[in-house]
Design a protein around this ligand. Structure first.
Ligand SMILES: *[C@@H]1O[C@H](CO)[C@@H](O)[C@H](O)[C@H]1NC(C)=O
Ligand SMILES: *[C@@H]1O[C@H](CO)[C@@H](O)[C@H](O)[C@H]1NC(C)=O
Length: 285
């Protein structure tokens, strides 16, 4: 007999390797203002494929664009043309600003459930591709990072993130709002496919901590839902040094992160041992 058996086996393996991944369309990403150089339509992390580029797609800081606190930042996303912009049935988007180089972001806007969509949907067509984000007037001046993250409703469990380097001007003394969360990043917390339930994962957003950028809780206008719970109003606005507060916070955060990362790495290894991906094709007949 000739080598037909192994030839067939080879063909099957080749088909298995290519067929399930139908590379149709790049994902959503910000087109304008230009995000960090090197930004691609690949998500920052794909739990399904076990890879991660990290926050801001792991890209280095670029030269910032000037933005004015209190003004609107108009974002233009891919719209499905040029094979770019799969909307994966919508999902949860957070938009925020970071003053520690893109590690922690205070959220300034959310688009939950149907980001890029007008309502429930099970397809890839983006219906909303422009978002006007109001930058709170109390954001402190200085170099910062504007970040968008997205957890998709349908498809592989992935984490999408683009970052734009900004220079905030005309700002205020400080802004308090929800601290951005990163589900699906590095096996952190997973949001499952929605399967029609658009509340999927909402508890993670509802449970976000508050964080403050700048010298203090100078405003009632941001983040806080209603009236501030107790506490005194004035007083803290005038005094207090910006730098001391924020650099201290930075150290604490990075320490906490590296500890958490170590643990997560361990866990990830355990997980990988249990179920190796991609599954190997064993039987050849
Ligand atoms: C940020 O804006 C301020 C005020 O216009 C300016 O002095 C500063 O040089 C800018 N920084 C960068 C990095 O562009
Ligand atoms: C995991 O999620 C928490 C809460 O959102 C966040 O503070 C932390 O940075 C995340 N860690 C990683 C590695 O994504």
């Amino acid at each position: 007999m000739f080598n037909t058996t192994s030839h067939i086996a080879f063909t099957i393996v080749a088909l298995l390797a290519t067929s399930p991944i139908s590379t149709v369309m790049g994902h959503m990403r910000i087109l304008k203002p230009a995000p960090r150089e090197g930004t691609t339509t690949d998500p920052a992390a794909s739990l399904t494929n076990g890879d991660s580029k990290g926050l801001c797609q792991g890209l280095p800081k670029g030269s910032p664009i000037d933005v004015q606190a209190g003004n609107t930042l108009s974002l233009k996303f891919t719209d499905g043309s040029k094979n770019e912009g799969a909307a994966h049935g919508g999902g949860h988007c957070q938009f925020g600003v970071s003053y520690d180089g893109g590690e922690t972001f205070v959220v300034v806007h959310d688009e939950f459930k149907h980001c890029f969509k007008k309502g429930p949907s099970s397809d890839n067509t983006p219906e909303v591709t422009n978002y006007d984000i109001e930058l709170p007037a109390d954001l402190p001046d200085g170099e910062a990072v504007f970040g968008w993250v997205w957890n998709n409703a349908i498809g592989n469990r992935e984490f999408y993130m683009n970052c734009i380097d900004i220079n905030v001007t005309g700002g205020g003394s400080g802004f308090t709002g929800p601290k951005m969360v990163y589900p699906n990043l590095n096996d952190n917390v997973t949001i499952d496919e929605f399967n029609g339930n658009y509340d999927t994962g909402m508890e993670l957003y509802d449970g976000r901590e508050e964080m403050t950028v700048g010298s203090g809780s100078g405003s009632d206008s941001g983040g806080a839902k209603g009236k501030s719970a107790g506490g005194s109003k004035g007083g803290d606005k005038a005094s207090g040094s910006k730098e001391a507060g924020s650099s201290k916070e930075k150290v604490t955060n990075s320490e906490a992160n590296s500890a958490a990362e170590e643990e997560e790495e361990k866990e990830e290894k355990d997980n990988q041992a249990e179920s190796s991906y991609p599954p190997e094709v064993e039987e050849r007949r």
